[in-house]
Write a protein that binds this ligand. Structure first.
Ligand SMILES: Cc1ncc(COP(=O)(O)O)c(C=O)c1O
Length: 364
């Protein structure tokens, strides 16, 4: 039977659970107003400069895009102070994460990640027949010793998400120094900085993890245009790594993986300083609004360095999700990660935050 011929790894495979799309909730519940605060999208709209660039590009979509977008590569290399051959541009950060797994993993290999963290690290391991060690956070901090203790000769990738999704905490400089110093040089440390720009907007987070690449060949830093740049729907991200790693990853990427609209949008968004400032300010306002609310109710949350907040709402998150959904608010429930009373809630506009808190008031 044809079904007997699927790759055996697919028997274990469980796809990434996407935050419920607005269209689905609208169909199911027939609501007029739905606010999706579940997928850490940028709720402040895309960069106007990026939108204008995409409009101007529309008439050219009969042509394939550049496989390795020259202008974007040169611009990023100048801006980041890295060589052009150290850059990987991908179909979203997720495209690059898959690309890295494809570059590195064989059956029987091992990877290490914190838990809870971004599920794709585990999902890609399963797909390639590798084992993923998930090391639980301790008191909302990375268990660095626990993670390093899992390293052995089979380890290929050490995934580190900072700021961490879904908890929003960051790995300290001292902790990261320790990981870099102790990790064998043949284990790739992937520093997933999908939310990096939100973190750097805070006064207590001033650092540049690209510095590690100057002294170490086994480090890759991943960033995306989906979050701060508001381009999640276009699918574009980038990574910086040692040229040998980048060239292998670039060799196996899809030929035309990054579409034309995404390429011009990313280029334009990089120059949209006003927009970035607006997003950063709106995001910190939204975090503050949520924090004040949680404080007033005595609810525990983790200080967020990103565009979402991880909070213990003290109630069954599955029920809470359903009740909030009925009112038109979609959040990410903690039970999905095994944290039954927690939730991850993305930031939004003042109006969205007002609506969220009103609905939370009703439900709690
Ligand atoms: C930690 C982390 N890494 C990578 C990604 C991938 O983002 P994208 O594929 O939209 O660039 C996400 C998306 O939510 C994320 O949270």
């Amino acid at each position: 039977m044809i079904t007997d011929r699927f790759r055996k790894e697919l028997a274990q495979f469980r796809p990434y659970v996407q935050g419920k799309p607005i269209e689905v909730v609208r169909r199911e519940l027939g609501l007029d107003r739905i606010e999706k605060l579940a997928s850490n999208e940028n709720q402040f709209g895309p960069s106007p400069k990026a939108v204008a660039a995409m409009k101007a590009e529309l008439d050219g979509v009969n042509f394939y895009p550049e496989g390795h977008p020259y202008e974007l590569v040169t611009k990023l290399s100048k801006r980041l102070g890295v060589d052009e051959d150290m850059l990987i541009i991908g179909n979203g950060g997720e495209g690059i994460l898959w690309n890295i797994a494809m570059t590195m993993l064989n059956e029987g290999d091992e990877v290490i990640m914190a838990y809870p963290s971004f599920d794709i690290y585990d999902i890609t391991a399963i797909y390639f027949g590798a084992t993923c060690h998930k090391v639980p956070l301790i008191d909302n901090h990375f268990d660095i010793d626990g993670m390093l203790a899992k390293v052995n000769e089979k380890t290929k990738i050490f995934w580190l998400c900072t700021p961490n999704n879904p908890t929003g905490n960051v790995c300290s400089v001292a902790e990261l120094d320790r990981i870099v110093a102790q990790l064998p040089e043949d284990v790739l440390l992937v520093i997933d900085e999908a939310y990096y720009e939100f973190a750097t907007a805070r006064d207590d987070y001033k650092r540049d993890n690209l510095e590690y690449l100057k002294t170490h060949d086994n480090i890759l830093v991943l960033r995306t245009f989906s979050k701060i740049y508001g381009l999640a729907g276009t699918r574009i991200g980038y990574a910086v790594a040692n040229a040998a790693v980048a060239s292998k990853a670039n060799m196996i990427r899809q030929t035309f993986g990054i579409n034309r609209l995404a390429q011009v949008a990313a280029l334009a968004a990089l120059d949209d300083e006003d927009y970035l400032q607006y997003v950063i300010e709106s995001n910190s306002d939204a975090l503050k609004t949520m924090e004040d609310y949680f404080d007033s109710r005595g609810l525990k949350y983790i200080t967020s360095y990103a565009n979402f907040i991880w909070v213990d709402l003290g109630v069954d998150s599955k029920k809470l999700f359903t009740e909030l959904e009925k009112l038109g608010v979609i959040i990410r429930a903690g039970y999905l990660w095994g944290y039954d009373t927690c939730a991850r809630i993305s930031t939004g506009t003042k109006e969205q935050m007002r609506f969220l808190l009103e609905c939370l008031d009703q439900v709690l």
